[in-house]
Design a protein around this ligand. Structure first.
Ligand code: CTP
Ligand code: MG
Length: 238
């Protein structure tokens, strides 16, 4: 069955404190996003990759695609929040999108452009589970206990750690389900929501299966994470 990927890459990377968005920061001379794209392009059963970037990064992204010969990639313009960017990416496979419509996939994988370390066997797990159950996502056991804070900064309550997981990426969906879920998304969800699996559950009643992924799925978030990513890539080359 046809499988496509949506890679949100329209953020500004505020938490790095750098002026260049982290997805375009170079690691050993090559932009971070190019490593992530490569992780999908080398998988023969993935047909197309929609990369969602901010308007001002469009030309840069075009250059990267040419320079690194990324042949499965199409560029789409991002939105003001991650959810909006993902929805724009999904629209590329529908009649409502801008530009020429891409072939609609059965399953769509959503993944952050800033999580470059991705193995084919885990992608396959996510894809098959999504095809069977409707939605699937990578999770990790929690390292720290999560506490709820009052607005004044005091402890409200804590969560029972064993019952909770950290939600990572990738996530997989039957395309029609996640597309419909986004169409029913409220303004508040677009603005404050951070969990795609929950949209499928809330708006389509689709159960979402949580699959424990490898620790290598971590996300580049802070400045020092770029150095860690470089160390991992160097190690894999030696
Ligand atoms: N993202 C996006 N559109 C947005 C915001 C985020 O496509 N409006 C993307 C980012 O580019 C990134 C992924 O969503 O690939 C994960 O988001 P995050 O790690 O929060 O990245 P940023 O929002 O760029 O970073 P920060 O929150 O520190 O500003
Ligand atoms: Mg963000």
């Amino acid at each position: 069955f046809p499988v496509a990927v949506v890679l949100p890459a329209a953020g500004s990377g505020e938490r790095t404190g750098l002026s260049t968005p982290k997805q375009f920061c170079k690691i050993l001379g090559r932009p971070l996003i190019s490593y992530t794209i490569h992780a999908f392009e080398r998988v023969f059963w993935i047909d197309s990759i929609v990369v969602v970037v901010a308007k001002e990064s469009h030309d840069l992204m075009t250059d990267i695609i040419q320079k690194y010969n990324h042949t499965k990639v199409k560029i789409v313009e991002g939105g003001s929040t991650r959810h909006r960017s993902i929805f724009n990416g999904l629209l590329a496979f529908s009649e409502q999108g801008f530009g020429p419509k891409l072939q609609k996939p059965k399953v769509v994988i959503i993944h952050d452009a800033v999580r470059p370390f991705l193995e084919e066997d885990f992608l396959l797990k996510i894809t098959l589970a999504a095809n069977k159950q409707g939605a699937s996502g990578a999770v990790r056991p929690l390292v720290s206990t999560v506490v709820a804070a009052t607005t004044g900064g005091y402890l409200d309550h804590s969560l029972e750690r064993a019952r909770y997981r950290a939600s990572e990426m990738p996530q997989g969906f039957i395309y029609d389900i996640i597309y419909q879920a986004y169409q029913h998304c409220s303004e508040a969800e677009f603005k404050f929501g951070t969990e795609c699996l929950e949209l499928a559950l809330q708006h389509c009643g689709t159960s979402a299966v949580l699959i424990e992924g490898p620790s290598s799925l971590w996300k580049v978030t802070h400045k020092q994470d770029l150095a860690s990513a470089e160390a991992v890539i160097k190690e894999s080359l030696s």
